[in-house]
Write a protein that binds this ligand. Structure first.
Ligand code: ZN
Length: 334
């Protein structure tokens, strides 16, 4: 059956034809585009949520790809009964085949139509456009349903909190979902980073354009295919499976550590003194008075003990972001 080990078909360049459909007793599995598979339960009630699980938007982040591939295999084999419409997206197929993060440009900077600003790019830009189109087609079928999108990643950079979620910026009028935060705890996610502005990531796109509860989930470390310690991912994997199949699971009511962006560090000129090495772990804490960055325009000195760094990169071009300063906060203050 064409979806039994879909990942092997991706890696061997042997994908089934677009439009290939498999009918099981309770679900239909459709190959809607290269790397994109739609699962439609026979009975979709008004109570049903709709889910998107995406993986491999960065081609070398293999653990989520394996997790989603195993999920698809189990659906095909009837080992999981799917009760909610589900779109599975394997993101960057050619980068997966080359075991690399991307080929020309970072795919996860191209959504919300940003791909149109990459006229020279003939790999990631068309892929971003296709993924957006398929998400729109999928969600539009279920316009009155609750929408959820988990974009699954692993990181190269070390992190004080090994697993964390990025909560895309919500425009005014939308509320943070406490249930999603608790689901993150249930997945073993220890911290949540609330973004402070619009972005060109896939999760921001689904959140902003489709009103989905959409998140980037960083679930652990980058390893090669077959070398992942899958036990490290078992809590997240369990929740992803339970949600679509209405299986009961132990729900963790505690909240992860909540972090908000206090300051964007910007490189303003060539003489930029950036005092954080690029391999510094995300969520590393600093003490009041530490000078983290300075140039002719600005010096950033830590204002309170416990301020944290995220995504440090001192080698950015002038005018670009070299890191985010975070502070921990409470849900009622967000
Ligand atoms: Zn990634």
């Amino acid at each position: 059956m064409s979806f039994t080990n879909y990942l092997a078909l991706i890696l061997n360049n042997q994908l089934p034809l677009i439009g290939d459909i498999t009918h099981l007793s309770n679900v239909t599995i459709s190959h809607v585009a290269e790397g994109i598979v739609e699962i439609t339960p026979r009975d979709v009630s008004t109570e049903s949520s709709t889910y998107i699980y995406s993986c491999g938007i960065h081609g070398n982040e293999t653990a989520p790809i394996e997790i989603v591939n195993d999920l698809l295999s189990d659906i095909v084999a009837g080992r999981i009964q799917v009760h909610h419409p589900l779109l599975i997206i394997f993101g960057h197929l050619s980068a997966m085949r080359k075991s690399t993060r991307f080929i020309q440009d970072n795919l996860n900077r191209m959504f919300s139509d940003e791909f149109s600003n990459y006229p020279e790019n003939d790999i990631e830009a068309p892929r971003a456009k296709l993924i957006q189109k398929e998400i729109t087609r999928f969600f539009n079928q279920y316009s009155n349903h609750h929408k959820v999108h988990y974009d699954l990643h692993t990181a190269i950079r070390p992190s004080v909190y090994r697993r964390f979620a990025v909560y895309p910026y919500l425009k005014p009028g939308r509320n943070i979902s406490k249930r999603q935060l608790q689901l993150f705890s249930t997945m073993g996610i220890e911290a949540v980073l609330f973004m402070h502005k619009s972005a060109t990531t896939l999760s921001f796109y689904s959140s902003d354009v489709h009103g989905a509860d959409a998140f980037t989930l960083e679930l652990g470390k980058v390893e090669k295919f077959g070398e992942n310690r899958r036990d490290d991912f078992s809590k997240a994997e369990g929740v992803l499976r339970a949600l679509i199949s209405n299986t009961k699971f132990a729900f963790d009511e505690k909240l992860p550590v909540l972090c908000q962006v206090k300051k964007e560090l910007i490189r303003h000129d060539e003489n930029y003194q950036f005092n954080i090495s690029d391999d510094t772990a995300n969520f590393t804490e600093y003490r009041r008075g530490d000078v983290l960055a300075s140039d002719s325009v600005e010096t950033y000195t830590v204002q309170e003990d416990g301020e944290m760094i995220a995504f440090p990169n001192g080698k950015v071009k002038v005018g670009q972001r070299s890191g985010l300063i975070l502070s921990s906060t409470k849900l009622e203050n967000l």
